[in-house]
Design a protein around this ligand. Structure first.
Ligand code: ATP
Ligand code: MG
Length: 412
């Protein structure tokens, strides 16, 4: 299922349409990526065949986007999007056209967002069909709106975030008029669904060019609306940028969001993630990381039990990366990061998360019905075990009794 076989599947789809006299071209993002020598994420086909004509020619099709003239063809295990050349009618909701009209390849190119995304490639002979100056913009490394940028962004506000994403990921500049138009219309991204905003932020922040993506978000004014009402001063923007630059290339969204939201209290950061409809796992993870960051900045003062509890968490790797970025950004000294990793490495695996010497059943035998005190006492006893001040069950049970008594709940 590699990219090569995806390309072959798309070319096969195009060949079948061509046999019946239709025009069928590779279109959009895959042409851009092929010309840049990057691996396309997927291959789309554009054709003058209508959706019905497409459906009639393939065994397995899905008409998911039929109202936009898009049919999914299953070919050789791939899902190939086959879109009829179209021109979009008016946009009233800031995201979707009210109507479409089937038309020529040239008009289809005009309704696309950027020249770099508006080219076709004829798989029959490999020649590029470029009605919108896409090749010139690739050479100049520019993301530019096709047509009047203000009008194009008013039609579909998501294009503003796409512009920043492509500029960041490809290392391109935003063409000045395009950038100006985004600055004027940035606030309109509040009108598109937060899921789409989140999706674009995710792609910007998980790219290894995340620093530049962040700076472009700030520079274009989109940042003021991307994370809800949060306000960013220039120095906060710079602080985040500096830290993003020190993340590993493959840092994931959770880690990048922790860097972006570093100045917020963990709960507030979690709320911002929730408003963006991030997953519960991501929201909890960001809060977990931010809650622990101030403590690991003083890694030498952590108790052994704390280090063990951190290391046994699946998010520990991210915490180390976050600390590293923070150390570079703030302290100009990676000592806390080195200390944390050295302390983690010094723990033998069998001592990391041993089975508890004392468990809930023991407490129940001592006290009867369960209560909130159980967790507190069990945690304290387990911490003692992790701190290696407790190494056998009898001592554990004695400590349990002592803690219960001290808390005013003497054991039976
Ligand atoms: P990638 O798949 O890497 O995100 P892509 O360019 O293929 O990049 P898609 O979202 O898959 O992006 O869209 C395919 C093509 O459809 C684009 O290249 C562009 O020509 C067109 N397109 C997508 N979204 C829009 C939009 N919001 N406005 C205008 N044209 C768009
Ligand atoms: Mg695509």
């Amino acid at each position: 299922m590699n990219a090569q076989s995806c390309r072959q599947a798309a070319e096969r789809v195009a060949a079948i349409l061509r046999q019946d006299g239709f025009v069928a071209l590779l279109a959009g993002g895959c042409v851009r990526d092929l010309l840049l020598g990057r691996e396309p994420k997927d291959y789309d086909v554009a054709t003058n065949a209508t959706p019905e004509q497409v459906v009639a020619r393939f065994h397995r099709t899905e008409e998911v986007g039929a109202q936009f003239g898009v049919v999914i063809v299953r070919m050789k295990g791939h899902m190939i999007e086959v879109a009829t050349f179209r021109s979009d009618g008016d946009y009233r909701d800031g995201r979707h056209p009210d109507s479409i009209r089937f038309t020529s390849a040239e008009e289809d190119a005009q309704r696309r967002d950027f020249p770099i995304n508006g080219m076709f490639l004829d798989p029959a002979d490999g020649h590029v069909i470029d009605y919108v100056g896409g090749q010139a913009d690739l050479a100049a490394k520019l993301v530019r709106a096709i047509g009047d940028p203000a009008k194009r962004f008013a039609e579909d506000h998501l294009r503003m975030l796409r512009a920043v994403r492509f500029a960041a990921v490809l290392g391109f500049d935003l063409e000045p008029r395009t950038l100006d138009a985004i600055r004027l219309s940035a606030g309109h991204i509040r009108e598109i669904s937060v899921e789409r905003v989140q999706q674009e932020l995710q792609r910007i922040l998980t790219s290894n060019t995340r620093r530049r993506g962040w700076e472009l978000l700030a520079d274009s004014g989109l940042l003021d609306y991307a994370f809800g009402e949060a306000v960013w001063s220039p120095s906060e923007v710079a602080d985040v940028a500096e830290r993003l630059a020190h993340l590993p290339e493959d840092a994931d969204f959770m880690l990048a969001m922790a860097v972006v939201l570093r100045r917020f209290k963990p709960r507030e950061a979690g709320r911002i993630c929730r408003r963006l409809r991030c997953s519960a796992e991501l929201e909890k993870g960001v809060a977990w990381l931010l809650e622990r960051l101030p403590r690991v900045l003083h890694a030498e003062t952590l108790e052994l039990a704390d280090v063990k509890l951190l290391v046994s968490d699946a998010r520990f790797g991210r915490l180390g990366d976050l600390l590293y970025a923070e150390c570079n950004g703030r302290l100009n000294s990676v000592t806390p990061h080195e200390t944390l990793l050295a302390r983690a490495a010094g723990i033998p695996p069998e001592k990391l998360a041993p089975a508890p010497l004392v468990n809930g059943d023991d407490l129940q035998n001592m006290r009867g019905p369960r209560g909130p005190i159980y967790k507190e006492v069990l945690d304290a006893v387990y911490r003692a075990q992790l701190n290696e001040t407790l190494d056998n069950r009898d001592a554990g049970l004695r400590l349990t009794r002592r803690l219960l008594k001290r808390a005013g709940y003497p054991a039976k």
